[in-house]
Design a binder for this molecule. Structure first.
Ligand code: SAH
Ligand code: SF4
Ligand code: F3S
Length: 467
């Protein structure tokens, strides 16, 4: 058998669009291809293989694929067709046939549940005349066959624990592109988390399209909820911080809310998409809860963890949304006060119920509503950042800052932070004072420099002490 280290080096370039899960998937595809001699490179020039890991969530996201493919076609021709070109991700899943028809020079089309089959597909592609396509949904199989995480992700690492979605919101393609909800067994998650920590991760973000719907098989034979899993992961020595994303309000159960008050390593920040503040629109969206339910969850989270800050997603101009509905969304934003949030203009996705619904909101109207939502969210973000001025906070440093002599990191609330210091501080969680605030970041002064190596096991306490 040839050892991976002795295999000839081939250049692999992966371009990623979309959500954090796609970022995680891209890293896992590189892991799968490493034994074949592929090593990741930063630019597509001279690459032996290019993977475009795509997103289908909004119209513009899939358009980007075809413009990128146009550029890559010339490059592939210049190599005499030798370069292997693969399209992965959610557009591959949803529009596999269209991709091979519009871009016949693509060698491989593979959906998110087929990544473990990449090596075999690469081999088949070298023999086949046309494209090799895999868009089945064998999720369990994928996680069983993916190799162990091999490339270190750095001080902040991502770990997929749940994938797919059974909720079928009116506007959303995810249930069609990622398939049915699936939770990885807790033992596999814990083992992967330990490996990530051994590779230098101090913070782990658990990922899932509906991460708080997690219901994985526990090592004790019973089903574990996300709260149970978080409590277990918090005990891993050397792991300082935990987060999870993305959650659905319907799955915020009592135990998970309580976990926010009980696990110091669980960061006081939660991304909880609500989409709209109007009960009428929430119903049309099939979200399964009313605006008041969301507000109640926020109150309970704040009671459990008073310093928790919230983030959310909003959609402006879902079909049937009236001015009154839009005003209800603005009111909900005012009532909650978000530290940060994402907002999008409704984008009609073929095959989703909303795309066939009547009363589509005119483009100009969607634009205006989105701008109003964004202006309000922006003010709230600036106010939240300002409120951190003078505070003592714990910062996880991740690497060099933008300017010489600067080190960059993240606050407990996920804000980018920069401070004076060297890149060797990467991986440290240090007490800092916030000395200036900006709309998108904080400037901090390190209060205590580390002496020697950090003791393993103390980050959660440092986090508490500095908060
Ligand atoms: N699972 C998460 C969201 C996944 S998609 C949840 O349940 O909220 C990320 C965000 O993209 C969504 O929260 C939504 O705000 C936005 N989005 C999804 N489909 C969209 C569409 N058709 N048009 C505009 N925004 C959309
Ligand atoms: Fe999409 Fe709704 Fe599922 Fe979130 S919960 S992924 S918005 S269908
Ligand atoms: Fe996009 Fe698929 Fe993620 S559609 S947002 S890449 S789940």
């Amino acid at each position: 058998m040839t050892s991976p280290a002795r295999a000839p080096q081939k250049r692999l370039f992966v371009k990623t669009w979309g959500c954090q899960m796609n970022v995680y998937d891209s890293a896992r595809m590189a892991d799968v291809l490493a034994p074949l001699g592929y090593a990741p490179v930063e630019t597509p020039e001279d690459a032996d293989m290019v993977i475009l890991n795509t997103c289908h969530i909004r119209e513009k996201a899939s358009e980007k694929l075809f413009s990128e493919l146009g550029r890559l076609r010339a490059q592939k021709e210049a190599t005499g067709g030798r370069m292997v070109l693969a399209v992965a991700g959610c557009v591959a899943q949803a529009e596999g046939a269209e991709i091979t028809a519009r871009a016949p020079f693509v060698d491989i089309v593979l959906g998110p549940q087929s990544y473990h089959r990449l090596p075999e597909m690469v081999a088949r592609a070298s023999r086949a005349a046309g494209a090799v396509i895999e868009t089945e949904f064998p999720t369990e199989e994928k996680f069983d066959h993916l190799p162990e995480v091999s490339a270190p992700q750095g001080p902040i690492a991502f770990l997929t624990i749940q994938e797919g979605c059974d909720k079928f919101c009116s506007f959303c393609v995810v249930p069609y592109t990622r398939g049915a909800e699936y939770s990885r067994p807790a033992a596999a998650v814990i083992a992967e988390a330990k490996r990530l920590v051994a590779q230098g991760a101090r913070e782990i973000a658990l990922l899932g399209q509906n991460v708080n719907a997690y219901h994985g098989e526990g090592p004790d034979g019973v089903t574990w909820s996300l709260g149970r899993l978080l409590r277990e992961l918090a005990g891993i020595e050397g792991l300082g911080r935990l987060r999870y994303t993305t959650s659905h309000p319907r799955d915020m159960d009592d135990d998970l809310i309580a976990a926010h008050g009980e696990i110091p390593a669980l960061m006081p920040f939660l991304h909880l998409p609500v989409q709209s503040g109007s009960d009428r629109v929430l119903k049309m969206m099939n979200r399964g809860h009313a605006a008041a339910d969301f507000l109640r969850i926020v109150d309970r989270l704040r009671a459990a963890r008073p310093d928790i800050a919230l983030s959310s997603d909003f959609i402006a101009g879902h079909p049937g949304e009236t001015e009154e509905d839009h005003q209800a969304t603005l009111r909900l934003i005012e009532q909650v006060g978000f530290a940060q949030a994402f907002s999008f203009k409704y984008s009609s996705r073929p095959g989703t119920p909303a795309s066939a619904a009547p009363l589509h909101v005119p483009e100009a109207e969607k634009d205006r509503r989105l701008q109003e939502i964004q202006a309000l969210l922006r003010d709230q973000q600036v106010a939240f950042n300002r409120s951190r001025l003078g505070m003592r906070i714990a910062v996880l440093f991740t690497g060099p800052g933008r300017h010489p002599g600067q080190v960059a990191g993240r606050s407990p609330w996920l804000q980018p932070v920069h401070a004076e210091g060297g890149a060797e501080l990467a991986g440290r969680i240090l007490p800092c004072e916030v000395v200036a605030t900006h709309p998108n970041s904080l400037a901090a002064r390190i209060l205590e420099l580390p002496f020697g190596e950090a003791r393993s096991g103390d980050p959660p306490n440092q986090e508490k002490a500095a908060a």
